[in-house]
Design a protein around this ligand. Structure first.
Ligand code: CP3
Length: 350
């Protein structure tokens, strides 16, 4: 219980609850990964999905950026397609490409063939989260762990296309042309994503982030009709556990209000939307973001001047968690992220 108490005093959990913070908390999407030499070293000879199913590797990789940067939160190292792999979907993550699915899902029978996820499918997740949360409790006075899952639309895009895509044309064709199959698919994925998050929360994760990275491909009307009810179902199941929820997508300026209404405590804003606009759109909720991830390639003082603008804009929000507007680019210099972390954590708020 003592552990719980000191974690709940962390700047990150205060910000996501909309309480006053000692400093703006900061973490980075994809903070664990190819920008870190220690990640490349430990991953050598091990496939991505194999790494995600090895509790010891997951623990170590998740801790790497926490040790290096002293960020205010850890994000569990895994992937949005891992739960599908765990229930038996034939897929792989190809380096430099992304998730590739052997038999794309197009029919009701295809959907029905996908098993629901139970904790027994992912014992390595429970083990990794338990080890991690006990180690994180004594790092920098207690560092919370963010669990995550892919939202139904983004996961569906990989399942239906068979791999990464730009237009999500087959996915949207299914959504427009076969609403019954679409509805069954979205329900199936929502159940899997919610169960995957419940496992992480039961094992000790302090907050969750639902990634709907590709939702920006949709109009607000289509999002509201075909996608939002299913993301809401996931967020509601986690809300029932009393855990704060972050909801993020890319290119979602016009969806931010709806993504908040879907049941998020904090809405992630990508770098294309000025943070003040994002705050106006999400209303009485927190925001997360949103420095352009390429600013790390600018001179440090240019990067930090832009970070200061983000922090200042964030003060108008109910709560602000500093982040990049999307994931860390693999060629990022970790020393720049170390400087950025320190800048955000020491930026005076009074
Ligand atoms: O943020 C973190 O540090 C946590 C780990 C994490 C990964 N993937 C690790 C990963 C998280 C949160 C994800 C989520 C994820 N995966 C999303 C949503 C977030 C986003 O980026 O919008 C999506 C769309 C995926 C699907 C996926 N997996 C892609 C597009 C790729 C990149 C393919 C490539 O190689 O360029 C992956 C692979 C992946 N996931 C890697 C990592 C560290 C790289 C694989 C490697 O290191 O070999």
């Amino acid at each position: 219980m003592g552990e719980q108490n000191h974690l709940s005093d962390s700047a990150f959990l205060k910000a996501v609850r909309g309480e006053p913070v000692p400093h703006t908390p900061v973490w980075f999407m994809r903070q664990a990964g190819r920008s870190l030499p220690e990640y490349l070293a430990i991953r050598e000879g091990t496939q991505m999905l194999e790494s995600c199913m090895n509790a010891e590797l997951v623990t170590e990789i998740t801790l790497q950026p926490v040790r290096r940067y002293g960020v205010d939160a850890a994000i569990f190292f895994s992937d949005i397609v891992l739960p599908l792999k765990a229930v038996g979907v034939d897929l792989d993550i190809k380096p430099g490409v992304g998730p590739v699915v052997a038999d794309p899902v197009r029919t009701l029978a295809d959907v029905e063939a996908i098993p629901d996820l139970t904790p027994e499918h992912v014992p390595f997740i429970t083990e990794a989260v338990q080890t991690l949360t006990s180690e994180l409790a004594s790092i920098n006075g207690g560092t919370p762990l963010i669990g995550f899952a892919g939202a139904p639309f983004t996961v569906a895009s990989y399942l239906v296309e068979g791999g990464p895509s730009k237009e999500h044309a087959k996915t949207k064709a299914l959504m427009f042309g076969a609403p019954d199959v679409w509805d069954a698919l979205m329900r199936k994925i929502a159940g899997i994503s919610a169960a995957f998050l419940e496992v992480q929360v039961a094992a000790g994760a302090s907050a969750i982030q639902l990634f709907d990275s590709w939702a920006g491909a949709l109009t607000p009307g289509d999002y509201q009709q075909h996608v939002m009810p299913h993301s809401s179902a996931v967020l509601e199941r986690i809300g029932a556990l009393g855990v704060p929820r972050i909801h993020f997508g890319v290119g979602t300026t016009n969806l931010l209000t709806l993504m908040g209404e879907a049941g998020a405590d904090v809405v992630g804003v990508d770098w294309r939307t000025p943070l003040a606009d994002g705050i106006a759109r999400v209303g009485d909720r927190g925001v997360q973001g949103n420095l352009d991830p390429t600013l790390v390639f600018a001179p440090t003082e240019v990067m930090t001047a832009r970070a200061a603008e983000v922090i200042e804009a964030g003060r108008a929000a109910k709560g602000h968690v500093f982040n990049l507007g999307h994931g860390v680019i693999p060629s990022t210099d970790p020393d720049q992220l170390a400087r950025l972390t320190e800048f955000v954590q020491t930026y005076p708020l009074d």
